[in-house]
Write a protein that binds this ligand. Structure first.
Ligand code: TRP
Length: 75
C-alpha cells in the first residue's frame, strides 16, 4: 500500500458456490467498479481495503471473516 498511514486488516472471503463475484469499488468522490474477481466453489480470496478500494460488493454465496466477525449470505 502506498500510504503507510492507511492501515487495513485483511478479510477472508470463501466462495460457497461457483461464479461468485467480488467487485471492488473505488475510494473517493467517484464511486465505480474497478475490479471484478470471479471465485468458484471453495476458492478463497484474502484482501484488504486500500487507498484504491473502499467498498466491495459480493454477488453469490460466501462466508466472510473480518475483524467484525464471520458472516454468511447463504440463507
Ligand atoms: N488493486 C486493488 C487495490 O489495491 C486490489 C484490491 C484490493 C481489491 N482489495 C480489493 C479488488 C477488494 C477487489 C476487492 O485496491
Amino acid at each position: 500500500m502506498e500510504n503507510p498511514n492507511l492501515k487495513s486488516d485483511y478479510f477472508v472471503i470463501k466462495a460457497l458456490e461457483d461464479g461468485v463475484h467480488v467487485i471492488g469499488l473505488t475510494r473517493g468522490a467517484d464511486t465505480r467498479f474497478h475490479h471484478s474477481e470471479k471465485l468458484d466453489k471453495n476458492e478463497i480470496m484474502i484482501a484488504q481495503f486500500t487507498e484504491h478500494t473502499s467498498a466491495m460488493k459480493i454477488r453469490g454465496k460466501v462466508t466472510i471473516q473480518t475483524e467484525h466477525g464471520e458472516m454468511s449470505n447463504d440463507q
